[in-house]
Ligand binder design. Structure first.
Ligand SMILES: Cc1cc2nc3c(=O)[nH]c(=O)nc-3n(C[C@H](O)[C@H](O)[C@H](O)COP(=O)(O)OP(=O)(O)OC[C@H]3O[C@@H](n4cnc5c(N)ncnc54)[C@H](O)[C@@H]3O)c2cc1C
Length: 423
């Protein structure tokens, strides 16, 4: 069994940033990352790929180029954990032990929870920006759409980038408006949330945008089937679809708000035809996390159980988890990771030195929401769903400068400063 001082599961946005930050603080640390993928993706640009503003090839780079110098990378997948013995096992049958473990393997796309989705996606006018393979097809569909019924879905689970299901909808509507197609189109947003956005200041802006494009919203809705051959989508809702006044309560966290099901309410099953469909799958912790002792038994999606301010595991003090795989009730974004990584870094360094740290994460996340080509609202907020704006102007107002930030500055920042631990 190989032993590691700091062992990291996953070499995505979270752990590469953390490994780089740790080494900037202390070059003598021995860090090992386990990740099967030889590619590293900049997923936030997939929305721009789906809207024809970014090339898909520019969102992927060789993983090896971004593993910080001095770290060991083991190209393997972790399959199980033995936290009582500070050990884990991999798909290649190896066992590794550790002093400190950081678990950040991202989130799992649960396509099978929508019957027929896997079979339909990438053809039959059904696309998703949530896959590297299909994001370019979204743009093909938007560009060639001649009018009809356009459906955009958002699942009834927390997801990575809660804004992505509707970001692409605003861009599609703007493109269709400019090309005289929107007037011939009925746009439906079918969402598992109870509202468009959980922070009132940003929600107000988006409600105006929904009105501008005449988008019909269906909340507390759970998409259960897509029939690509017959162009039909089925969803269930406890909201009475014929009575707009009866809205369900929900609890919200930044970009997403989850419907709380009322066991006494009748479930309506509704099938709609579509000519265009952008689908976002339900999401949860990767199965090997769900099945492990690290998972939060009370979390229906099986995320790693951590303290939401420090990312230290609540039962295993030498284990941390942050990024998309933790159960912290923050919006799952790279922007959140940028504020989480320094906190995890401080706690690991303090522990190694036999000290404690008071570094604390306040739930900060950001969601850059384009409301049309060339204009974007940079929604920044915290655990209290209060805006936490970085710029000295009202960020609830969509702006060209914020569009430029998303399209040019953030991708550069990601590859050059965030993954190198400098931002
Ligand atoms: C369409 C879309 C739009 C988005 N837009 C934005 C945005 O505008 N702004 C923003 O901030 N964020 C956005 N995000 C979210 C952002 O990309 C994620 O929050 C971020 O990448 C999460 O980082 P992570 O390290 O937790 O997971 P990831 O970056 O997904 O990395 C997880 C890593 O774990 C590895 N792994 C998986 N299983 C195993 C295993 N068994 N063993 C070892 N390794 C494993 C994977 O290979 C991968 O390399 C968007 C995401 C999508 C899909």
């Amino acid at each position: 069994m190989a032993h590691h001082q700091i062992l990291m599961v996953g070499a995505g946005n979270a752990n590469i940033s953390l490994a780089a930050q740790l080494l900037l603080q202390d070059k003598s640390l021995k860090i090992t990352l386990i990740d099967p993928s030889d590619k590293h993706y900049y997923q936030p640009a997939w929305t721009l790929v789906g809207s024809g503003e970014f090339q898909i090839e520019d969102t992927v780079r060789p993983q090896g180029d971004y593993i910080p110098k001095g770290c060991i990378w083991i190209q393997d997948a972790v399959v199980s954990f033995d936290p009582e013995n500070n050990a884990l096992s991999t798909a290649k049958g190896e066992t590794h032990s550790y002093d400190y473990l950081v678990v950040s393997p991202g989130i799992q796309l649960d396509w099978e929870k929508i019957s027929g989705a896997k079979e339909s996606i990438g053809k039959n006018n059904v696309s998703s920006n949530y896959l590297y393979e299909t994001a370019p097809y979204t743009w093909e569909l938007i560009k060639n759409f001649k009018g009809g019924i356009a459906v955009f879905t958002n699942p009834a689970t927390p997801i990575k980038c809660g804004g992505a299901p509707h970001k692409i909808m605003y861009l599609a509507c703007d493109y269709w408006r400019k090309n005289g197609v929107l007037d011939k189109t009925e746009v439906h947003y079918i969402s598992g949330a109870t509202m468009i956005f959980g922070v009132p200041e940003y929600k107000a802006t988006l409600e105006e945008v929904l009105k501008k494009y005449n988008i019909r919203t269906h909340y507390a809705a759970n998409v259960i089937a897509i029939d690509g051959d017959d162009s039909r989508l089925t969803y269930q809702t406890k909201e009475n679809p014929f009575n707009d006044a009866k809205k369900l309560d929900g609890k919200s966290a930044g970009c997403f708000s989850l419907a709380q099901s009322d066991p006494n309410a009748e479930t309506h099953t509704i099938t709609v035809n579509y000519d265009f469909c952008h689908v976002v799958p339900p999401q949860s912790a990767p199965d090997f996390i769900k099945q492990s002792q690290l998972a939060d038994a009370n979390n229906p999606h099986g995320y790693v159980e951590v303290d939401k301010h420090t990312f230290r595991h609540t039962r295993y003090a030498n284990v941390f988890a942050f990024g998309d795989a933790s159960n912290a009730p923050a919006s799952k974004t790279g922007a959140a990771i940028r504020k989480q990584a320094p906190v995890v870094c401080a706690h690991i360094l303090a522990s190694i030195q036999g000290k404690t740290s008071d570094a604390s994460y306040n739930g900060y996340s950001a969601c850059p929401i384009p409301t049309q080509y060339g204009k974007l609202m940079l929604a920044e907020f915290n655990y209290d769903n209060k805006p936490q704006m970085s710029f000295p102007f009202d960020q609830a107002v969509p702006r060209w400068t914020m569009w430029m930030l998303k399209k040019y500055v953030l991708p550069w920042l990601y590859w050059n400063r965030i993954l190198t631990g400098k931002a």
